[in-house]
Design a protein around this ligand. Structure first.
Ligand SMILES: Nc1ncnc2c1ncn2[C@@H]1O[C@H](COP(=O)(O)OP(=O)(O)O)[C@@H](O)[C@H]1O
Ligand SMILES: [Mg+2]
Length: 497
């Protein structure tokens, strides 16, 4: 009997030894009202900004506003049962997302939940959606090129890894197309991509997914979607989720490209939430901290120093203008935050020029340092040539008669424009671009009828594809090949005829 009792008593004793009397505190708040994707809450005195909230019905949210008496929160998921009176408790200090290899090829919402009907991605680690940007000492200069495969951009507006380049223009002029082409061009280049779709219709997200899949780009891309019908809180979080995934890759020492499509709709979601939470409205009814909203997102894009693994996060935010007005609030903010902009123009688009990039209003402030010297040398005068040509062309529209010299200039300009035109989904490799630039700069194409130019360029491009040359091959060798091509293609003969 005692034999049985002693071990039992012993266990009891050990349990008692381990017991510490104390009060376990757990705060509870109560929902006062729900609607339009936001909640007002009473209680939870220790709640902090951005803290996660868990409601008794299973809904989730995030603290967005700390009032004197009430807490304002945005909903991130909502069940039918969430009503006034539902109790709520505090969750993690900040909202996070699962990150890892398993995200490639997947479509997820800003909290990492699958939208593609597959099981949740199995990731080992998590990253907070919000986080500090890398310190100055952790960063390196932007010095490696990121090729978009779009000739005009790779020549005149080069982008470097770690750069933030804005794509700006009215709706329907090809902003999404440029972003998608850039993602597609990363195939086989060891760059992982994140495409964030914010606020667009469901059909737009499906289109983007379709293109990525058809072009074989989905396997190295994660699509983060908070569509037009998503809760405004999810739209607000989407770019930060994309950024957190991108940062994970960057911290792994990889190169990552993140697209934010688009930040106008993101800013609108933020404005909606802010107005509902009765924050004082400022210019265009946006709250006062709207600049900070985008600055803290884009500051996280950078190129890390070699000691930090040397990874990079390149950001291509997209913004929408109304009637081409770049001086309105959100566009000017973004222009000042980014390292340059690609500006799309309606008249060019209407005139059949694709991509409809206005070279005069576009700029890349730091990408030139990352451009390959071979392309940089050939591109040196192209921008000026092109702008002068546009001016001349506008001038001749009024029926001005031109000297022979001017006519030649006009023809040369038209050929340049043919060279820089490009259909979507047809990325061009850098060697093809270099061959074209050399042919153009050496004046070989000057006497061609601009209508013939395209045929010649395509032919040169195909030839260049087979030349055993790289961008690092000395210029003389390139020039020799291009000259030989010209002689073989009988161009001279046709000119004189
Ligand atoms: N380079 C291009 N070549 C051919 N069509 C293009 C090109 N760029 C855009 N488009 C067409 O223009 C339309 C609008 O493009 P999209 O990228 O959706 O514009 P946005 O995102 O600015 O609203 C689409 O129908 C697209 O096919
Ligand atoms: Mg678009």
């Amino acid at each position: 009997m005692a034999d049985e009792l002693f071990p039992l008593l012993d266990r009891q004793q050990r349990w008692l030894d381990g017991y510490h009397a104390g009060l376990r505190l757990s705060e509870r708040g109560t929902v006062i009202s729900v609607g339009d994707g936001i909640v007002w809450i009473k209680g939870l005195p220790s709640a902090a900004m951005d803290q996660a909230l868990i409601f008794a019905d299973g809904s989730t949210g995030q603290v967005f506003h700390l009032g004197e008496h009430l807490i304002g929160a945005v909903l991130l998921s909502e069940s039918e049962a969430l009503t006034a009176g539902t109790s709520v408790r505090l969750g993690d200090a900040s909202v996070s997302i699962a990150v890892g290899e398993a995200l490639l090829g997947r479509v997820i919402d800003p909290l990492g939940q699958p939208l593609d009907g597959l099981p949740p991605p199995a990731c080992a680690s998590r990253r907070n959606l919000e986080g500090p940007s890398p310190a100055m000492t952790e960063r390196d200069f932007v010095k490696r090129p990121l090729y978009t495969g779009i000739s005009l951009i790779d020549t005149l507006l080069p982008i470097g890894m770690g750069q933030r380049q804005l794509i700006i223009g009215d709706e329907g002029l090809g902003r999404t197309s440029i972003a998608l082409d850039t993602v597609i061009n990363q195939r086989g280049r060891n760059v992982v991509c994140v495409y964030v779709v914010v606020g667009h219709k469901r059909s737009e997200a499906i289109n983007i997914l379709g293109v990525l899949r058809e072009q074989g780009a989905l396997e190295y891309t994660t699509l983060v979607v908070a569509g037009g019908s998503a809760l405004p809180g999810m739209k607000y979080l989407a770019p930060y989720a994309g950024c957190a995934i991108g940062e994970y890759w960057m911290r792994q020492g990889r190169d990552c490209l993140v697209i934010y499509d688009d930040l106008t709709l993101h800013a609108r979601a933020y404005r909606e939430l802010s107005l509902l939470l009765r924050r004082p409205p400022g210019r265009e009814a946006y709250p006062g901290d709207i600049f900070y909203l985008h600055a803290r997102l884009l500051e996280r894009a950078t190129c890390l120093a070699p000691e930090q693994g040397g990874g990079s996060l390149t950001a291509l935010p997209i913004v929408e203008t109304q009637q081409g007005e770049i001086a309105s609030y959100i566009p000017t903010n973004l222009i000042s935050i980014t390292d340059g902009q690609i500006y799309l123009e309606r008249n060019l688009f209407a005139g059949g020029i694709r991509p409809a990039i206005d070279v005069g209003k576009s700029v890349s402030r730091i990408g030139g340092k990352a451009q390959h010297p071979a392309i940089k040398r050939q591109a040196a005068h192209i921008k000026l040539d092109y702008l002068q040509f546009q001016e001349l062309e506008a001038f001749t529209r009024f029926g001005a008669r031109l000297e022979v010299k001017m006519q030649a200039k006009l023809r040369r300009g038209s050929i340049l424009r043919e060279m820089l035109k490009q259909n979507r989904l047809q990325p061009r490799e850098e060697t093809r671009l270099l061959a074209w630039l050399i042919a153009y700069n050496s004046g070989l194409l000057d006497d061609l009828d601009p209508r013939q130019a395209r045929r010649y360029l395509e032919n040169l491009g195909e030839q260049a594809h087979n030349w055993p040359l790289t961008l690092d091959t000395p210029l003389e060798q390139w020039q020799a090949e291009v000259t030989q091509w010209w002689a073989d293609s009988g161009g001279r003969h046709e000119q004189t005829a």
